[in-house]
Design a protein around this ligand. Structure first.
Ligand code: COA
Length: 282
């Protein structure tokens, strides 16, 4: 079970949330919510935090002050104001959330990047084995934190996609595509985004992004079924050493969290810290 959730978040079946639309908010405040009713074995100790990124100009200015030089340069290269603001606020909030957990200052945290871009706390920059992952969609950002275990998280705004069937045929595994095509037409949009965010959360946990073949593992996607990894290569999902849980971080958004559990027997992890990673000078 995810141990602590800080957000207007629900975990599990997500059909009800699709009747809502995301509402803009000008607060970065987090709302404590009771833990999920449905425990998911293996996701104990995972913390999920959800924030909104549509904050006022003053909050954006305060956020910029927390960023490293490299992050400010990255922000400066983002052409569109809205996208720049989202990056700045999400990254500043990440630093603040890490700082709270590492008992240090947000601007003193050094980040490092894996071979495929997964950020991590640089070894030596803090005396901790804290792992994290981040995802954003529109003005919602989600963060997952875990101690000593890799974690991946993904969120998407649920929306009609014109080419959804073509995308599913191209990116989903054979089994997932079959399950997607068998859905009631009213369930196809949510089924599509369930599958998308679950696959994405898994490859983000691995740190491999799209370098990981998307057809070598299957996830559940039906709206009324729990989020599960069904298979990784030849290994059944419940033996693969990774656990998945769905999240509904805000009305109109779905997502998933994946974390290491027990002894991993499949899906070799390319160490996110391997190969002399670049560092973000704080
Ligand atoms: C980059 C990628 C890891 C995620 O991209 P995304 O879904 O567009 O974006 P998200 O908001 O979910 O995640 C972005 C964050 O993931 C983190 N990230 C970057 N590379 C990562 C990696 N290799 N592994 C894990 N996390 C990574 C970063 O924190 C990044 O945010 P930041 O740079 O602002 O700090 C990669 O999987 C990708 O390009 N996906 C494209 C979508 C796709 O085709 N998915 C197929 C699913 S069927």
């Amino acid at each position: 079970m995810i141990s602590r959730i800080v957000a207007p978040l629900t975990v599990g079946a997500n059909r009800a949330y699709l009747r809502w639309r995301a509402r803009p908010s000008h607060s970065t405040g987090e709302v404590e919510q009771a833990p999920p009713a449905r425990p998911a074995h293996g996701t104990e100790g995972i913390e999920v935090v959800v924030i909104r990124l549509d904050v006022g100009a003053e909050a954006v200015r305060r956020s910029i002050a927390v960023l490293s030089k490299t992050e400010r340069h990255r922000a400066a290269r983002i052409a569109f104001d809205r996208e720049r603001r989202r990056f700045v606020v999400a990254r500043a909030r990440l630093r603040e959330l890490l700082a709270t957990r590492l008992a240090t200052r947000p601007d003193s945290i050094e980040l490092t990047y894996g071979p495929h871009g997964k950020p991590a706390v640089a070894p030596g920059s803090a005396d901790s084995d804290l792992r994290f992952n981040v995802s954003h969609s529109n003005d919602v950002a989600v963060y997952a934190f875990a101690s000593g275990r890799e974690v991946g998280i993904d969120v998407e705004a649920v929306r009609a996609i014109r080419d959804a069937d073509d995308i599913a045929a191209r990116f989903f595994s054979h089994r997932e595509n079959e399950a997607y095509l068998a859905l009631d037409p009213r369930d196809k949009t949510i089924g599509f985004f369930n599958c998308w965010t679950r696959k994405e959360a898994f490859i983000k946990a691995l740190g491999e992004g799209l370098y990981h073949p998307l057809d070598c593992f299957d996830v559940s996607l039906e709206p009324d079924e729990s989020a599960r990894i069904l298979r990784v290569k030849n290994t059944p999902g419940d033996e693969c050493g990774w656990r998945m849980e769905s999240i509904s971080p805000a009305p109109g958004f779905v997502g998933a969290v994946v974390t290491e559990y027990g002894t991993r027997r499949c899906a070799t992890l390319a160490s996110p810290l391997a190969a002399a990673p670049p560092r973000d000078d704080a």
